[in-house]
Design a protein. Structure first.
Length: 430
């Protein structure tokens, strides 16, 4: 089988199966938008601050009448729900642009409705996105780890453990050496070690990949918690010298960092922030534009066919799992070298599982996974900002937003997500 035949088999679409679930869900949400955004919408304005006081370029605030925009968003959602019904009736499923546009309009309408009902009735968009990057960055690294593993056919449930191992090791090594880059390198090695165990048990010994991943998460959580108590809490002259990691500084890019909203969000980052952007582009290009990527996708979709043309299936999977572990380990270092200045027990807080949801939401595509991670990051940061703004909505409801989005992502709300055909299936050469 030639490489061209492999590529053709990888890009062949499956026949559409009619499903009424998407138009029904969109219809219910559209009805919700009409009642809540329109009929019960707040009478005030929602003000979005696009610049901060110290920015070189000042952009006027965006002021939107909350109830008027609510009706506008609700009617668009209703029209898109009707379009989804018609497309499902005619071709079996709604087009991707329908569900994606509906999602964007509904989220913006929800945001305007919430802000219009707050005491201050304004929100700093820059603060929303810059704060979201503290959540988004490790999520992107985690989801990229999942892309590398699952595109080759190995389910990576151990992302949480890889992130946590990277955070702990980065903090410990950086504290001992006084060098943040030494901690960063050690974090990558810690992620590789966790992924090595995943690869050995799931590929070599053909143990169930889900079970191995869950066990590794529990193992890393217990081990880092134990070492935290025994080593990091040890005080010398009244100070915990093993939990004072060096900090990676921000490296603003001249001119680009002054662009309103985008500048502070993407161009006032630490080296890890820029590395995140580079990795998203590089992994996407590698997977879909290079011979290496074709081999990896072949192994994840049709391992027997890949073996027939001379690709070592298990070695390819092993190397990809190790590479994914290194990426996740670096993402874990972000917690202790950038976001905060110390390690705490289970500080990743389940972000590894949300990274897995971002991977599914992004359809196993590096760029899609990164955008999904940004959405989860904004939803996570929205809680703290709206709490300070005095929103009448209960804080517990806002706290559940990222997890509600996770459920929507894995349930196929934005359309059916198809994992690589051999994902989770061990390959034993006959």
């Amino acid at each position: 089988m030639s490489a061209a035949t492999l590529q053709e088999s990888l890009t062949t679409d499956r026949l559409a199966v009619r499903s009424w679930r998407p138009p029904i869900i969109l219809g219910v949400l559209a009805l919700f938008a009409i009642v809540v955004f329109g009929i019960l919408g707040p009478g005030g304005n929602a003000t979005f601050r696009l610049s901060q006081d110290g920015d070189a370029w000042q952009v006027p605030n965006l002021v939107v009448p909350a109830q008027g925009f609510g009706w506008f968003a609700a009617l668009i959602c209703a029209a898109l729900a009707v379009q989804a019904y018609l497309q499902t009736k005619n071709v079996g499923r709604p087009a991707k642009w329908v569900t994606m546009t509906f999602t964007v309009v509904f989220v913006i309408g929800l945001l305007v409705w919430i802000i219009g009902g707050t005491k201050t009735q304004n929100i700093t968009v820059v603060g929303l996105f810059t704060g979201a990057m503290l959540i988004t960055t490790p999520l992107v690294f985690g989801s990229l780890s999942g892309v590398l593993c699952e595109r080759s056919g190995v389910v990576n449930i151990a992302i949480e453990g890889q992130l946590l191992a990277g955070a702990f090791t980065a903090a410990l090594v950086s504290s001992m050496t006084g060098n943040a880059f030494a901690g960063l390198f050690a974090a990558a090695l810690a992620g590789v070690l966790v992924s090595f165990l995943l690869a050995v048990f799931s590929i070599k010994y053909v143990v169930n990949q889900i079970i191995v991943g869950v066990v590794l998460n529990v193992l890393v959580s217990g081990l880092t918690g134990f070492l935290f108590e025994k080593i990091m809490k040890t005080k010398v002259n009244g100070a915990t010298i093993f939990n004072q990691p060096a900090h990676l500084p921000d490296l603003p890019i001249p001119l680009l960092s002054e662009i309103p909203v985008l500048g502070p969000t993407f161009f006032r980052q630490s080296i890890l922030g820029y590395l995140m952007i580079v990795l998203v582009i590089a992994i996407w290009f590698g997977l879909f534009r290079t011979r290496w990527g074709l081999r990896v996708r072949a192994v994840g979709e049709h391992p027997k066919a890949a073996d027939t043309v001379g690709i070592n299936v298990n070695r390819t999977r092993f190397l990809n799992v190790l590479a994914g572990g290194a990426v996740a380990g670096i993402g874990g270092a972000y917690f202790t070298l950038v976001a905060v200045s110390s390690f705490s027990k289970d500080m990743t807080g389940g972000l590894g599982f949300i990274a897995l949801a971002a991977l599914i939401f992004g359809r196993w595509n590096p760029i899609g996974a990164a955008l999904a991670a940004l959405l989860f990051g904004v939803a996570g940061n929205l809680q703290s900002i709206l709490s300070l703004a005095g929103t009448p909505i209960d804080g517990q409801f806002l706290a559940m937003l990222p997890y509600a989005l996770t459920i929507l992502a894995v349930s196929g709300f934005v359309g059916k997500s198809r994992a690589p055909a051999a994902d989770g299936e061990p390959y034993v050469k006959g």
